[in-house]
Design a binder for this molecule. Structure first.
Ligand code: ATP
Ligand code: MG
Length: 760
C-alpha cells in the first residue's frame, strides 16, 4: 500500500505489527508520532472499526492534526476514532458512566481557578494561616495525591504521607483534602485530576464497565508516553489488559512534566508489565540538520539518568548554531525580531516557519514588543484561554448553574454579579448553613427561611427563580436561544454594555463572540444533540490553542518550551539562556531537577528543522528590577565547534529600555498581533468624532419588534445606540414616536415604524 512507502523499515515494522504490546522509545524527530498516525490508518485500512481504536495524545491540537492526517488516507472513517487527551477522552466516558460512581451525568468540571477558590473557602472556614497553607501548595498536594491514586481517606490513614506533610509543617493537609473532596462531590463537580482519578475508581469498582471499555477499545495507542502519570498509567494498563493490543511511544529524554507527577518509570514498568513486548528502535531523525541533532545529543549526554539511544540525521549538515548575546531583554527581543525579518527576506520562509521558545511566559513581553515594532505578525500559544476570561467565565457560570444548580463555585461567582444585594457576608452565611445542615448551597438558596436568618429571602428567591427559569427555557430552546436568553435575563449583557471603558467594550465583544460560537454549534448538522448542555460539556478542558480561529494565518509562533512538545519549525529561536532563568532558579538545588531542565533544553533544540539560534541577555528586568545575568551553563555544554558566536552592541534606538515600563502594560493584554495592511497610497479621511460612546454590537439574531408592542418604561435595544429605556410614547399607530433614554447618549426621539427596536 502506497502510504506505507513513507516509512523506514523499523517504522514500517512497528506500524504493521498491530497485535500485542509494542513500545517505541526513541529520540526526538525520529517519527514516533508518525508511526502512531500511520498505524491507525493502517488498522482502519485493514478493516478494524474506527470506533474500536483509542488514541491518547498530549494536547487537543495534536489529536486534531493526527486525525486530519489519518483522514487523508482513510477518509471519513477518521471521524470515528476515539482520539484526544486523557482528560477529554475520559471526561466523555465519565459523562456516560457518572451515575455509577454517584455523580450526575451533567457534572461540572472545575478548572484550576475553581479548585483554588474552593480551597481558599475551606482554608478560611478552618481559619488556617493562608501563608502556611497557601492555596497553590494545598492544590498541588491534593493534585499529586490524586495522580498517585491516593484518596482522601487513604491519605488520612497513611502515616507516612502525613508525616511527610507534618514535616512540612502542614499537618492538616489530609483534612483539607477530605473536605475538598466532599465539597466537590456535593457540588456535583470534578476537578481536572478527578477526571482521571474517578475513571480509575469507575474501572476498579465496576468490572462490567471495565469489561465494556476493554472490548470497545480493541486497539490502544499513547503518544508522549514518557509524560504520563501513575493515574494515566493505571487506566491504560487496565484498558489494555484483555486484548493487550497496546502501542506506546515516547522519549525518556523528553520527559518534562515530572513536576506534575509524570513518571519516567512508566516506560520501565512497561517492559515488566508486558513480557511479550516488542520494542522497536528508531534512530534516524528526519526533522533536523546534522548539526542540530549532534548538538542535542551532546547536551543530553550530560544527564546521568537516561536510556541509551543513538540518533543520527541524514539531512544536510546545516548551519552552525548561532549564539547571540544581547545587553538587555529588550535588545534580545530586537535582535530576534530583526533576524526573523532578515531570514524571511533571504530565504523565502513564511512567518509560520519561525518559532520563539522561552522558559517562562513572562519572557514573551520583550519579544512581542520588538515584533510589533517591526510589524511582524505573531501568535502566542498556551496563553490565557478565551474561556478563562472573566466575562466568559461569568456567563458560563450561569450556564453551569442552569444544568447543575449544586455547582458551588458557579453560585459564588454569579450570585451577586450583576449586583443584586447578595454580598460576601450572605454568601458566607449560605455556605456555612449548607455545611452545618449538610445540604447544598442551592438548597439553602431555595429555602432560606429554613436555614438562615436575615432579610435577604426575597433576593435569594429572585435568584433561585431566575436560575429555575433558565433551566425551564433550556428544555424548550436550542443552545443559542438558551444562551442568549441567559445572557439577557441574568443581566450580564446590560451590565457589560453600561461599562464604557475600552475593556468594557472588549468584554461585551467577547460575550458576543461566545454567543456567535454557540450559534455555530446550534447550527451544526453533524451532531444530534445540539443543546447548550452538550456545548458546555468540555469547555473547561479547552485551551487557547483549540480556539484558534486564524489557524491558517501566517504568524510567528511564541510559546513556552513546555507547550512546544511534539512540534517542529524550520527556524527556531530559544531565548533567555541565562543562569537562574534557564536552568531555572528552582532547579539548581537538585540533580533530578537540573536534569529535567536539561531535558527541556533538549526538547527546545530538537524543535528546529533547519536553523537554530540561542540568545541570552546580560541584564534583564525580573520581578520589576533590573538584574544582571550570567550565560546559561547549557551553552557551555555545547561543543564550541558547532557554534557561531555573535555579540550585539547596545544600540541607542527606540528599543531602549526606557520604553519598557510604559509599554509593558499595554502589551500584556493583547496576545495576538496582525499588522494593518500597508497601502502605497495614503487616503486622508475627514476626521470624524463618533457620537456614540462605543459602537454597539447588536445582539446576534437581533429581531426588532412591531411598533404596537412597546410601552412606557420598557427596556429596549437599538441596533446602533444599544440599550435604553422608553421614557415617553406619543402619537398614534403607525406613527408612534418614542423618546428613548440611551446610556451615555441621552434622550433620542425615534419613529417606531422605522427604528429597529427590540424589547429586552
Ligand atoms: P518528537 O519526539 O519531537 O515528538 P517524533 O519522534 O514524534 O518527534 P515525528 O514528529 O513523528 O517525530 O517526525 C518528525 C518529522 O520527521 C516529521 O516531519 C515527520 O513527518 C518526518 N518523518 C518521520 N519519519 C519519516 C520518514 N520515514 N520519511 C520522511 N519523513 C519522516
Ligand atoms: Mg512526537
Amino acid at each position: 500500500m502506497d502510504y506505507l512507502a513513507g516509512l523506514n523499515p523499523q517504522q514500517r515494522a512497528a506500524v504493521e505489527n498491530t497485535q500485542g504490546p509494542v513500545m517505541i522509545v526513541a529520540g526526538a524527530g525520529s517519527g514516533k508520532t508518525r508511526v502512531i498516525t500511520y498505524r491507525v490508518a493502517h488498522l482502519i485500512e485493514k478493516g478494524v472499526d474506527a470506533f474500536n481504536i483509542l488514541v491518547l495524545t498530549f494536547t487537543n491540537k495534536a489529536s486534531k492534526d493526527m486525525r486530519e492526517r489519518i483522514g487523508k488516507v482513510v477518509g471519513n472513517e477518521a471521524k470515528n476514532i476515539w482520539m484526544g487527551t486523557f482528560h477529554s477522552v475520559f471526561a466523555k466516558i465519565l459523562r456516560v458512566e457518572a451515575e455509577k460512581i454517584g455523580y450526575p451525568s451533567n457534572f461540572t468540571i472545575y478548572d484550576t481557578d475553581d479548585s483554588k477558590s474552593l480551597i481558599r473557602t475551606i482554608l478560611k472556614e478552618m481559619q488556617l494561616d493562608d501563608k502556611l497553607y497557601a492555596a497553590n501548595v494545598v492544590y498541588n498536594r491534593i493534585s499529586s495525591a490524586k495522580n498517585n491514586l491516593v484518596s482522601a481517606t487513604e491519605y488520612l490513614e497513611n502515616d507516612q504521607i502525613q508525616a511527610e506533610d507534618a514535616g512540612n509543617k502542614r499537618p492538616l493537609l489530609g483534612l483539607i483534602y477530605e473536605t475538598y473532596a466532599k465539597r466537590c462531590y456535593k457540588a456535583g463537580a470534578m476537578d481536572f485530576d478527578d477526571l482521571l482519578f474517578k475513571t480509575n475508581v469507575l474501572l476498579k469498582n465496576h468490572p462490567d464497565v471495565l469489561n465494556k471499555y476493554q472490548h470497545k477499545f480493541k486497539y490502544l495507542m499513547v503518544d508522549e508516553y514518557q509524560d504520563t502519570n501513575f493515574s494515566q498509567y493505571t487506566i491504560v494498563k487496565k484498558l489494555a489488559a484483555a486484548h493487550q493490543n497496546i502501542c506506546v511511544v515516547g522519549d525518556d529524554a523528553q520527559s518534562i512534566y515530572a513536576f506534575r507527577g509524570a513518571n519516567i518509570q512508566n516506560i520501565l514498568n512497561f517492559e515488566r508489565d508486558y513480557p511479550d513486548l516488542k520494542v522497536y528502535k528508531l534512530e534516524q531523525n528526519y526533522r533536523s540538520t546534522q548539526n542540530i541533532v549532534e548538538v542535542a545529543n551532546s547536551i543530553i549526554a550530560n544527564n546521568k539518568n537516561q536510556l541509551e539511544k543513538n540518533v543520527f540525521s541524514d539531512n544536510e549538515k546545516g548551519d552552525r548554531i548561532k549564539v547571540s548575546r544581547a545587553f538587555s531583554d529588550n535588545e534580545e527581543g530586537k535582535l530576534v525580531a530583526e533576524a526573523i525579518v532578515q531570514d524571511r527576506a533571504n530565504s523565502g520562509l513564511k512567518y509560520h516557519d519561525f518559532a520563539i521558545l522561552y522558559r517562562t511566559n513572562a519572557q514573551s513581553r520583550a519579544m512581542e514588543e520588538a515584533l510589533r515594532k517591526l510589524n511582524v505578525p505573531y501568535k502566542i500559544y498556551g496563553g490565557l484561554s478565551f474561556y478563562q476570561r472573566k466575562e466568559i467565565k461569568d456567563l458560563i457560570a450561569y450556564f453551569r448553574l442552569t444544568f447543575n444548580p449544586a455547582d458551588e463555585e458557579a453560585i459564588k461567582r454569579v450570585i451577586n454579579y450583576p449586583r443584586r444585594g447578595l454580598g460576601d457576608t450572605t454568601v458566607e452565611k449560605i455556605s456555612a448553613a449548607a455545611d452545618q445542615h449538610d445540604v447544598t448551597m442551592w438548597q439553602v438558596i431555595c429555602n432560606p427561611q429554613q436555614y438562615i436568618q436575615g432579610r435577604i429571602a426575597n433576593q435569594l428567591n429572585d435568584f433561585a427563580v431566575m436560575i429555575q427559569s433558565f433551566a425551564a427555557e433550556s428544555k424548550k430552546l436550542d443552545a443559542y436561544e438558551t444562551a442568549l436568553y441567559i445572557a439577557q435575563h441574568s443581566g450580564i449583557l446590560k451590565e457589560l454594555h453600561t461599562d464604557d471603558s475600552v475593556e468594557g467594550r472588549s468584554r461585551y465583544e467577547n460575550i458576543q463572540e461566545l454567543l456567535n460560537g454557540i450559534k455555530e454549534f446550534a447550527e451544526r448538522e453533524d451532531i444530534e444533540d445540539r443543546s447548550l448542555a452538550i456545548f458546555m460539556q468540555d469547555i473547561a478542558l479547552l485551551t487557547n490553542d483549540d480556539n484558534d480561529k486564524n489557524k491558517d494565518a501566517d504568524t510567528v509562533s511564541l510559546m513556552t518550551i513546555h507547550s512546544a512538545k511534539g512540534l517542529e519549525f524550520k527556524n527556531v529561536f530559544i531565548v533567555g539562556l541565562e543562569e537562574n532563568l534557564f536552568p531555572s532558579q528552582m532547579s539548581l538545588t537538585s540533580r533530578t531537577d537540573l536534569e529535567e531542565e536539561r531535558r527541556l533544553f533538549y526538547v527546545a533544540i530538537t524543535r528546529a528543522e533547519k536553523k537554530l539560534t540561542i540568545t541570552y541577555a546580560t541584564s534583564r528586568y525580573r520581578w520589576g528590577t533590573l538584574t544582571s545575568c550570567e550565560p546559561s551553563r547549557f551553552i557551555n555544554e555545547i561543543n564550541p565547534s558547532y557554534l557561531e558566536l555573535e555579540v550585539v552592541k547596545p544600540a541607542k534606538s527606540s528599543f531602549g529600555d526606557n520604553s519598557f515600563d510604559n509599554e509593558r502594560k499595554s502589551w500584556s493584554q493583547q496576545r495576538e498581533f496582525t499588522p494593518k495592511p500597508t497601502t502605497s497610497t495614503t487616503t486622508i479621511r475627514p476626521k470624524t468624532t463618533s457620537i456614540l460612546p462605543k459602537a454597539h454590537i447588536p445582539t446576534p439574531g437581533f429581531t426588532p419588534n412591531a411598533a404596537n408592542e412597546f410601552q412606557n418604561g420598557m427596556d429596549v435595544e437599538h441596533e446602533k445606540f444599544g440599550f435604553g429605556k422608553i421614557v415617553n410614547l406619543e402619537g398614534t399607530l403607525p406613527d408612534v414616536k418614542a423618546t428613548v433614554f440611551f446610556q451615555g447618549l441621552g434622550n433620542k426621539q425615534l419613529l417606531l415604524k422605522f427604528a429597529k427596536l427590540r424589547i429586552v
